[in-house]
Design a protein around this ligand. Structure first.
Ligand code: ZN
Length: 93
């Protein structure tokens, strides 16, 4: 059996602390024992939440709003345009 380790979780982001297998913890050289303090899935969730909380990686650009492309209105049934066949007439030599 793998040794268990305490995942501290994060109350701030709603991550509950729990016990997890040591193999579930990501390596963290800066850590005291070379392992992260949170299990892998929780660490991922934590860093993602941190990024979101600090403004997000991508800027939420709402400055440039694209104007909607003007669509040609569908022909109304009430007014039917007559077919023009001028092109075929001009072709005759
Ligand atoms: Zn965890």
């Amino acid at each position: 059996m793998a040794d268990m380790r305490r995942c501290i979780g994060s109350a701030k982001f709603g991550i509950d602390a729990h016990e997890a297998a040591i193999t579930d913890f990501p390596a963290q050289p800066s850590g005291r024992d070379g392992l992260g303090r949170m299990c892998r899935p929780h660490w991922t969730a934590y860093t993602r939440a941190l990024r979101t909380a600090s403004g997000g990686a991508r800027k939420d650009g709402s400055a440039t709003t694209k104007p909607e492309p003007i669509r040609t209105k569908p022909a109304k049934a009430s007014k039917v345009e007559p077919e023009v066949t001028a092109d075929s007439a001009a072709d005759v030599g």
